[in-house]
Design a protein around this ligand. Structure first.
Ligand SMILES: *[C@@H]1O[C@H](CO)[C@@H](O)[C@H](O)[C@H]1NC(C)=O
Ligand SMILES: *[C@@H]1O[C@H](CO)[C@@H](O)[C@H](O)[C@H]1NC(C)=O
Ligand SMILES: *[C@@H]1O[C@H](CO)[C@@H](O)[C@H](O)[C@H]1NC(C)=O
Ligand SMILES: *[C@@H]1O[C@H](CO)[C@@H](O)[C@H](O)[C@H]1NC(C)=O
Length: 463
């Protein structure tokens, strides 16, 4: 009898040990994080893998450790997906070198910091790498696959309005085509510098457009190269005119070498949309767009308010309909803003207005604004047929913090211009939230070679 008892005890122990081991294994499995795929030129050439779209899930519970996400996840108790919460879907774009996009986690975490949502990352690195023209052939197939997943989520009770797609570059058009497949019933699509090459002339069926979701917003930062130059959303923010960004090198000749390490350097303009968006999510300062017909008009100070939006300028970020409270919501509304070259990218728009007495010969003046160790210089060509000049500057601090203005009469190259009489020199900030009076200095004569400066004595009022 004692022998039998011992066997039983041993068996119990074995079971115990087995279940202990299983427990440890299960825990280890749960801790292993999913990641985006990557591919190599060799693998690509051998056509070993085709599209292989996979999905990753991040939530506030697992913001550092992505879970693989499939239809089955919806019924798995270990899945962090919560169908009563809204879902953000991140879609990357073209991958020239087959590497995984490095910014995905940062964007997901920035979103999760602001909203308690499911973040689903679409990984289509296999279909998005190397030959751009072949990648463009893949993007609709990727969209079809995503739509199958969305359909399944709908069957499990998720509402189409609760989805917000955020697509970078070509990913914006993938999102647009998902939107087309759902007949515009998806809640929102945000395009971060939607891809331009092979899309600009496309039919709206083939590219992102306002009919793809209930609300479509886009940020344009490289519309003369990798980005699209036409408006594609309800609102389209063109940063610094949408072409060239401050702090990005302006070396266009290098841009044909996209397969080489200079790539990262060349796409600086293109990726700026993403970095500005992430910074806007951080919420340190508002990035507001001013409606205007063209960038030229904007720079000439012809557009300084948001009266068409009842005074509320649309902002980059997650606020509903970009903060637009009027209805119907406009379509393809171009919005302009200037930014600085590094996070958080916000700049103050300062309008400089000069009125001079008529000149005999054209001349040039240099205007410098200063605040302690900050400064901004602007050159203006004065013509014989014009007496009023308006120009917009991006300034790092508010109007009320400007300490001084300096004017320098640099004359013209071939003619020694004498005095220039300025009837007025005025500075104002827009969009004006506080309805401040412009700062003006009147009736000054400035001789060539004798710079003039004026100190402002002012304090910023607290509202
Ligand atoms: C892609 O990555 C996942 C892990 O995140 C892995 O399971 C899968 O096998 C990878 N795909 C390929 C084709 O290597
Ligand atoms: C690429 O993926 C493989 C697994 O498929 C992984 O071992 C490797 O670290 C990844 N490389 C990079 C740069 O992420
Ligand atoms: C799912 O989300 C809802 C709404 O945020 C919340 O009330 C609920 O507790 C969540 N469920 C789980 C299992 O976390
Ligand atoms: C957002 O804020 C976090 C800290 O709060 C910072 O680490 C991160 O760099 C910021 N991101 C951007 C894009 O400004």
């Amino acid at each position: 009898m004692p022998w039998e008892r011992r066997t039983i005890l041993l068996c119990v122990l074995t079971v115990c040990i087995t279940s202990l081991v299983v427990g440890v294994e299960e825990r280890q499995e749960a801790v292993e994080c999913a990641d985006l795929n990557n591919t190599t030129w060799l693998e690509y050439r051998q056509q070993r893998v085709k599209l292989q779209v996979q999905y990753l899930l991040l939530t506030r519970d697992n913001k550092d450790c992505a879970q693989e996400f499939t239809e089955e996840s919806l019924t798995e108790p270990s899945s962090k997906f919560n169908r009563s919460r809204p879902t953000k879907v991140i879609i990357h774009g073209y991958r020239a070198l087959g590497s995984k996009p490095s910014w995905v986690k940062e964007l997901a975490q920035a979103l999760l910091k602001v909203q308690d949502v499911n973040v689903v990352v679409v990984d289509w690195v296999y279909g998005a790498s190397f030959a751009y023209n072949l990648v463009v052939e893949n993007y609709k197939e990727v969209a079809v696959q995503i739509s199958v997943l969305i359909n399944q989520l709908q069957n499990h009770g998720c509402q189409l309005e609760s989805f917000h797609f955020i697509g970078v570059s070509l990913g914006a058009h993938v999102a647009g085509f998902v939107g087309t497949l759902f007949e515009g019933k998806i809640g929102r699509i945000t395009g971060l510098d939607p891809a331009g090459p092979m899309f600009k002339g496309s039919d709206t069926f083939d590219r992102l457009d306002p009919s793809d979701a209930q609300f479509v917003d886009a940020i344009h930062t490289d519309s003369d190269y990798f980005g699209i130059s036409i408006p594609v959303g309800h609102v389209d923010f063109f940063l610094n005119g949408g072409k060239d960004q401050t702090g990005c090198a302006r070396s266009r000749f290098a841009s044909i070498l996209v397969y080489f390490p200079v790539y990262g350097y060349v796409i600086c303009d293109h990726m700026r949309a993403l970095h500005v968006y992430m910074s806007a999510l951080n919420g340190s300062c508002p990035l507001m767009g001013i409606p205007c017909h063209s960038y030229e008009d904007f720079l000439k100070g012809h557009c300084v308010d948001c009266d068409v939006f009842k005074g509320r300028c649309p902002t980059i970020g997650l606020s509903e309909n970009s903060g637009i409270a009027i209805s119907p919501i406009p379509k393809e509304q171009k919005l302009f803003l200037l930014t600085s070259s590094s996070p958080p990218f916000c700049a103050h728009h300062i309008l400089l207005e000069l009125e001079v007495s008529p000149l005999d010969k054209s001349a040039e003046v240099e205007v410098t604004l200063r605040t302690e160790n900050l400064g901004k210089e602007q050159r203006l060509r004065l013509r014989t047929d014009m007496t009023v000049y308006r120009t917009v500057l991006a300034y790092p601090v508010a109007l009320c913090e400007i300490d001084s203005i300096e004017l320098r009469n640099t004359g013209s190259r071939f003619y020694r211009q004498g005095d220039i009489h300025f009837k007025s020199v005025c500075l104002s900030e827009f969009p004006s939230l506080r309805r401040e009076e412009p700062l003006c200095v009147n009736n000054i004569d400035i001789r060539r070679g004798a710079p003039w400066s004026h100190d402002f004595v002012q304090v910023c009022s607290i509202y």
